[in-house]
Design a protein around this ligand. Structure first.
Ligand code: SF4
Length: 349
């Protein structure tokens, strides 16, 4: 894990908004999310389920089921183009090729009825028409070797079920990277695996990102996973990024009470004694249908103030690219002004 200050920005997400229309109201699953990721860099998007982290990434791949979902605003800049404006045909040449995704369950992207060789060769030739079958097979074997599949020349002719869970995950990573993807989106890639295999797979993704310059977006509910792997972290809550910082800075100075809770709930070798109960954030994630314009974390926050229940906090820059959306960092005038505006609004209604 190291910051790459001079590396070029590969993907830039600006004010992304993805909403779902339901009978009960509008779900603002992603509401104004912005971040960017550079060549060879790994960014972690962390949050509980329902925080909007997976919808963010499905939006980047333009895989939101529509209806009921729709990307209603924002930009996703890749190679200087807003991919939200591309036709579906243009998008198909990017998806699975320049921007690839790996999932928790490898069987989501591997066909159980086809040999790995067939699947990998087809994937490469689908995106690169001038590559011969032999060349594609050679590249696929190289990729399998790179991800640590022993006897790759032989194993490539196996079916997915002939691999263990961890090995299948490696095959999926090899397939995702076989077209020289510039961005790899990994959505909870190791949750289903045991701890030792988890560590190996995460290490592998980090190594490949470093070696091939691939930008990685890692989606996880586990801040512990992020610590060893990501250069920067975005913490999401109720469809918004509530805190964003370089990983070391976030751990040294967690500023949003939700982030503090997440960090405290990560088990630690040095301080978590056997038999001690781990910290957990009280309360449930909010119902995101027709959320009122206030801090959605306030019912669970032990530092909540009046203003938190009346208005959404402004984003504050704490330096070194560390941003937080929490009223604790606003000045008194801003709080008074927000309370005044909320009062006027309430009277008008
Ligand atoms: Fe807690 Fe208020 Fe900050 Fe929300 S804005 S996290 S309620 S202190």
């Amino acid at each position: 894990m190291s910051m790459k200050p001079n590396a070029k920005t590969v993907l830039e997400v600006k004010d992304l908004q993805t909403y779902f229309k339901t009978d009960a109201g509008i779900v603002k699953a992603v509401d104004g999310v912005s971040f960017s990721v550079r060549e060879g860099e790994t960014i972690g998007i962390v949050g509980e389920s329902g925080s909007g982290k997976s919808v963010t990434n499905l939006s980047l791949m333009r895989l939101i089921p529509s209806p009921p979902g729709k990307i209603v605003g924002g930009e996703v800049l890749f190679e200087g183009k807003d991919i939200l404006k591309l036709t579906e045909k243009q998008m198909r040449s990017i998806r699975g090729n320049k921007i690839s995704m790996i999932f928790q369950d490898p069987m989501t992207s591997l066909n159980p009825f086809l040999k790995i060789s067939t699947q990998m060769v087809e994937t490469i030739r689908l995106h690169e028409k001038d590559v011969s079958k032999q060349e594609a097979l050679k590249r696929s074997i190289e990729m399998l070797k790179l991800v640590g599949i022993p006897s790759a020349e032989k194993r490539i002719h196996s079916y997915p079920h002939q691999f263990s869970g961890g090995m299948r995950q490696r095959v999926m990573i090899a397939q995702a990277l076989s077209c020289n993807a510039e961005v790899l989106i990994a959505d909870e890639p190791t949750t289903a695996l045991d701890v030792t295999i988890q560590a190996q797979i995460l290490e592998l993704i980090a190594k490949l990102s470093d070696k091939m310059g691939t930008a990685v977006i890692l989606i996880t509910h586990d801040l512990g996973v992020v610590a060893g792997m990501c250069d920067q972290v975005c913490v999401m809550y109720a469809g918004k990024i509530v805190e964003k910082a370089e990983t070391d800075e976030l751990y040294a100075r967690p500023s949003h009470p939700y982030t503090e809770g997440l960090i405290k709930s990560v088990p630690r070798m040095d301080t978590t004694k056997k038999g001690n109960r781990l910290f957990s954030i009280e309360g449930q994630p909010p119902n995101v249908i027709d959320l009122p314009p206030c801090c959605p974390f306030h019912p669970r926050c032990h530092k909540a103030m009046d203003v938190c229940r009346q208005a959404y906090p402004p984003v504050k820059d704490l330096g070194k690219g560390h941003e937080v959306a929490c009223w604790l960092f606003a000045d008194e005038n801003e709080k008074q002004q927000a309370l005044k505006e909320a009062n006027v609004k309430e009277k008008a209604e």
